[in-house]
Design a protein around this ligand. Structure first.
Ligand SMILES: Cc1ncc(COP(=O)(O)O)c(C=O)c1O
Length: 354
């Protein structure tokens, strides 16, 4: 007999992307930033290391919330930091969802939402997107209305497209919250700053942000929520007291303060991304116009797994993804936008592999 709760016993668990521990890889599989974080991050972390590691960090992350609030032009009580934005997603699930309540998300999208719903014992509905990655309006409206949480990654992963925020307003659940997961928000052509929250929808919308991508801090683990203080107050009760450590807090504060560095990196990545999309199309791929630091592509011959394997043999790691749709399987390659040199390497390899 298993000692685990039935939900845990039965679930497969989330599978993160491969993290090879030896060097020599062109690593384009988990949407990290190819460029280093601001030099100010190192200084700030060094300062903490030389200081008092024996003391607990600020459980309220006062300084971080002040800096983030300034950036998003809200009050600090609209901000809740976490150990990566994944932790914020966990906090949301634990804060709002009772077992058997309905949680939904577009599909294909970030598969962690479904895993978190399983852990919580919630029901999960995949709102299957149209082949052009747009919403099936009638299905979406019906499911969203009944959901306790509707998670929407915007821009979406793995496709990289972004839906206009205003179009998502009709999907706010009647008795629940709309979570706009903006892990890739800083890579958009028109970066945004939570306009919807300020436009009066605050008490029904939570925006989540990550420092893993645009700020090059995946190894530090830091993300945060922006939401109406009424929601943040409740969510704070659910988090671990010291969910952000002294080093990650110092790194996050320094990173957010150096907007110039972040913008230079994201601009560079956006330029490389547009080149990657163009070149993939020349090679016969269908590539989605991306608003993120990755590109989703498929080939009419359907040989995505072969290409993934052959790239891997050349020590180039991209993500092969496979989704079960109502009417068949959708698979393809998701390629993180690395440096210009890395992207040339993957393109050169694809030219040889075919
Ligand atoms: C859509 C989406 N949301 C959230 C995350 C998690 O980001 P973090 O590193 O901040 O936990 C990812 C990571 O790949 C993601 O793709």
């Amino acid at each position: 007999m298993s000692l685990f709760r039935p939900q845990v016993q039965q679930m497969a668990g989330y599978t993160p992307g491969e993290q090879p521990q030896e060097s020599g890889w062109v690593k384009l599989n988990t949407n990290e930033n190819a460029y280093p974080p601001s030099p100010r991050v190192k200084e700030a972390v060094q300062h903490v290391l030389e200081g008092r590691l024996n003391i607990y960090p600020d459980p309220l992350a006062t300084e971080f919330r002040k800096v983030a609030a300034e950036l998003f032009q809200v009050d600090p009580d609209w901000i809740l930091p976490g150990n990566g934005s994944d932790e914020i997603l966990t906090i949301l699930m634990r804060s709002f969802v009772e077992p058997n309540e309905l949680v939904s998300a577009p599909y294909p999208s970030y598969t962690l939402y479904e895993t978190l719903a399983e852990i919580q014992g919630a029901r999960f509905h995949r709102i299957q997107l149209n082949p052009d990655w747009d919403w099936p309006v009638a299905d979406a409206l019906e499911v969203a209305a009944k959901s306790k949480i509707l998670f929407v990654p915007n821009p979406n992963a793995p496709s990289g497209n972004r839906w206009p925020d205003e179009d998502l307003l009709s999907l706010i659940p009647t008795q629940g919250v709309l979570v706009l997961d903006e892990a890739y928000g800083d890579f958009c052509d028109r970066p945004h700053r939570c306009e919807l929250l300020k436009a009066g929808f605050g008490a029904k919308i939570v925006v989540t942000r990550s420092l893993s991508k645009s700020y090059s801090l995946a190894g530090i683990r830091f993300g945060f929520a922006v939401a109406h203080p009424e929601l943040i107050r409740g969510m704070r009760k659910v988090k671990d007291s010291y969910n952000c450590n002294a080093l990650s807090l110092a790194a996050a504060i320094a990173a957010l303060k150096d907007q110039e560095w972040m913008l230079a990196n994201t601009n560079r990545i956006r330029a490389t991304r547009d080149l990657l999309v163009m070149e993939l199309r020349k090679l016969g791929f269908e590539a989605v116009d991306s608003q993120t630091n990755f590109v989703w592509c498929t080939h009419p011959d359907g040989e995505h797994e072969r290409r993934y394997q052959e790239l891997k043999q050349r020590k180039i790691l991209v993500r092969y993804m496979k989704f079960t749709l109502r009417d068949g399987i959708l698979d393809g390659l998701r390629i993180t936008v690395g440096t210009e040199d890395e992207i040339q390497q993957v393109l050169d390899a694809l030219r040889v592999i075919g």
